[in-house]
Write a protein that binds this ligand. Structure first.
Ligand code: MF3
Ligand code: CO
Length: 251
């Protein structure tokens, strides 16, 4: 389904959905520490979202069995929370969450290092991956092309020499979790489909300290780097405006 220009009431619902998403992610992030399991973190996400009145979009999405994706170190995205998966100090933990509210969906993600900054390379990977997301968002305006966004993300990650994951991309979002068009994290300005004010998109760079190549684990969900290098992932749902973008999944 092609992403549509959203109505005022759809945007209102997405603002509320995005606010819930950001609030829950901040709570879960604050609980990321050595010794906790990814299942415990997922249970916190479920509980917090329930209090706020939203529904977890991931649960049951193409059969995904949990409320949130939690991916650790060489896991890039779509990790399944598990009761036997313990976080260790220094791990890069990526939390990817979706919230449905009044029929409208927002999508957001962040990475955090368990127990803070222990390894400068890992801290930089997290920092610059977030920066690349903000660079992509800064490129957004009415009549932006997907290649304009991709190029703005890519320039930040390339400068650091990171692997830029190509097999997974950003996307339109709102009525569905994934709406067309794709929003790659690389590309050339002045290429790709045009987007317009009132559309809502998810921009989501995934960067690695090694290769851009990834593979699907035997669990048929988790995406891992081929060379076991560690990865980071940041994502916001944004509303395209005349002269910029409004981040819907910020606190
Ligand atoms: N937020 C994820 C993305 O954009 C969607 C996760 S789908 C799930 O790729 F089923 F894994 F939850
Ligand atoms: Co997404």
């Amino acid at each position: 389904m092609q992403t549509r220009v959203k109505t005022a009431s759809e945007i209102k619902a997405m603002r509320e959905s995005g606010r819930m998403l950001a609030t829950v992610l901040q709570v879960v992030k604050s609980q990321v520490a050595g010794g906790i399991t990814t299942k415990q973190l997922a249970d916190i996400a479920a509980r917090e979202l329930k209090v706020l009145g939203g529904t977890p979009t991931c649960l049951g999405y193409h059969g995904f069995p949990e409320v949130i994706c939690i991916s650790v170190n060489e896991e890039v995205v779509h990790g399944i929370p598990r009761a036997d998966k313990f976080i260790k100090t220094g791990d890069i933990v990526s939390l990817d969450f979706g919230v449905t509210y009044r029929g409208m969906i927002t999508d957001g993600a962040l990475s955090v290092i368990a127990n803070g900054t222990l390894n400068q390379k890992h801290a930089d990977l997290v920092k610059y991956t977030e920066q690349s997301l903000l660079s992509g968002i800064a490129a957004v305006h009415d009549q932006v092309r997907t290649g304009d966004i991709g190029a703005a993300v890519e320039v930040v990650l390339k400068k650091q020499g990171y692997g830029i994951v190509r097999d997974l991309v950003g996307h339109g979002v709102g009525h569905e979790f994934h709406e067309d068009p794709n929003i790659p994290n690389y590309g050339r300005a002045n290429t790709g489909p045009w987007l317009q004010a009132g559309m809502t998109i998810a921009i989501e760079p995934m960067a690695t300290l090694g290769t851009h190549r990834v593979y699907l684990a035997d669990d048929e969900w988790t995406i891992l780097t081929q060379d076991q290098s560690w990865a980071a992932h940041f994502e916001h749902t944004v509303l395209i405006t005349e002269d910029g973008a409004e981040i819907l999944t910020g606190v």
